[in-house]
Design a protein around this ligand. Structure first.
Ligand code: PLP
Length: 433
């Protein structure tokens, strides 16, 4: 069967609103380390890791063996109605690293469900359905999480089931706050929060949910300390803070284990997903016990925290800490960001190179102008693929190339990927001129 046949079959039975990357979509059939292979036998260096999901790399013996051990028991699945040793062990480890005092964990299968669970806990605790969310955010594809997603491309089909008021955050380039000097942005965002609370809500708000670095939004980081600025106002009203760490958790940003730590404040609830399963469906919410315990009805999950996925999660977390991958993310990420800045920052069409640790982005605008250029971005992504490198796209306007490779990326692989990326950007921008 050719790739065209598979694509035709895909189109026949899967909805068209599920985007596929590349003019000729890729079927990946194998992975090893930081490389994946497609059905035609082509090898790619993977700088996107699924979507920041493969955090340790492909076919890592420690993780494979932990999962195989569980498989050999024959117990591939039990629900949370039973005691699950691996789930308890993983929850203990997460409570230990989360930084939230007296915390409880609830495991889910996806980041979307994790945010749903966090919203349920926050709204139950506060007995309010008013939510503060952030422009340019992404929190999932369910009805409620689309309701708190501030990105039209991902929400246009949904009516909002929640009462949501929208905040400015760290938007770059085109955002209102970006026009201010960096030192004034936190004060302006806090002022915006006060005004939104006073004018767009009854004041009786359940929570504010925010990503420490906006992922789908194009790896946009608000100014460090913004959450602390917000927190002062939230505390005056008893409003909870939820940090959506689905992309920013586990040391990916290099300087910190959690994205929220860059803000000098601890959230009440934190959601995690993606990397902790290294490809297995594992996610959840961790939060203060009194909030987590406030959910008024019995709730359980058939698949959430099942033995196979939590076996993987335990192995991932152990590997991550044993190998100090946070430090690696900082070191190797610096090679990439410095290399990109040196090689392409001055090119017409490259608006900004930004990122933290191994969460890096290049934003593209129309050459000679400032308008977002998703077409140019798409051509860069295709050129990377032709060179053997997989990267992601993102941003409110689809004009950002995103890189979130496994945190085990070596310096040699970083330099190899950097060379492909630089060549892809240079040749694409030159062809525009
Ligand atoms: N929150 C953030 C910040 C995300 O980036 C995503 C997915 O990209 C989600 C939530 C939703 O996670 P999932 O796709 O696992 O449902």
């Amino acid at each position: 069967m050719t790739a065209d046949d598979l694509l035709a079959r895909h189109r026949a039975v899967l909805p068209s609103w599920m985007p596929l990357y590349y003019a000729e979509p890729i079927e990946l059939v194998a992975g090893s380390g930081r490389r994946v292979t497609d059905a035609q036998g082509r090898s790619y260096l993977d700088f996107f890791g699924g979507v920041l999901t493969n955090m340790i790399g492909y076919d890592i013996p420690e993780i494979r063996e932990a999962v195989e051990r569980q498989l050999r028991t024959g117990l591939v699945h039990t629900s949370t109605l039973y005691l699950i040793r691996q789930q308890v062990e993983l929850a203990e480890k997460i409570v230990q690293v989360a930084g939230i005092p007296d915390a409880r964990v609830f495991f889910t299968n996806s980041g979307t469900e994790a945010n749903e669970a966090a919203l349920l806990a926050a709204t139950s605790y506060r007995r309010s359905h008013q939510i503060l969310a952030v422009r340019n955010s992404y929190h999932g594809r369910s009805y409620a999480t689309m309701g708190i997603t501030g990105n039209r491309g991902w929400t246009a089909s949904a009516h909002n089931p929640l009462q949501v008021a929208w905040l400015h955050s760290g938007e770059r380039l085109r955002g209102l706050l970006a026009r201010l000097p960096a030192d004034d942005r936190i004060d302006a965002a806090v002022e915006d929060l006060r005004e939104v609370l006073a004018t767009q809500t009854s004041g009786d708000v359940a929570c504010l949910i925010a990503e420490p670095v906006q992922g789908v939004g194009g790896f946009v980081a608000p100014p460090d300390g913004l959450f602390a600025g917000w927190r002062k106002v939230l505390d005056e009203h008893g409003i909870l803070l939820i940090s959506d760490e689905v992309q920013t958790g586990w040391g990916r940003t290099g300087a910190h284990f959690w994205g929220y730590q860059a803000h000098g404040v601890t959230p009440d609830l934190l959601t995690f997903a993606k990397g902790i399963g290294n490809g297995f469906a594992l996610a959840g919410v961790v939060g203060r016990a009194e909030i987590m315990e406030s959910v008024p009805a019995i709730s359980f999950s058939t698949f959430g925290g099942n033995p196979l996925c939590t076996a993987a999660g335990n192995a991932v977390l152990d590997y991550l800490r044993d190998h100090d991958l946070q430090a690696n993310a900082a070191r190797v990420g610096a090679i990439l960001v410095d290399g990109l800045r040196a090689a392409v920052a001055d090119l017409d069409g490259v608006a900004e190179i930004r990122g933290r640790g191994l969460m890096l982005a290049v934003e593209f605008v129309q050459p000679g102008g400032t308008e977002p250029d998703p077409a140019l971005t798409g051509r860069v992504v295709e050129a990377c693929r032709a060179g053997g490198l997989l990267v992601g796209k993102g941003g409110l306007h689809g004009n950002v190339v995103r890189m979130g490779p496994p945190l085990t990326l070596t310096e040699a692989e970083a330099r190899e990927g950097l060379a492909i990326l630089v060549e892809a950007i240079r040749s694409t921008v030159a062809a525009e001129a």
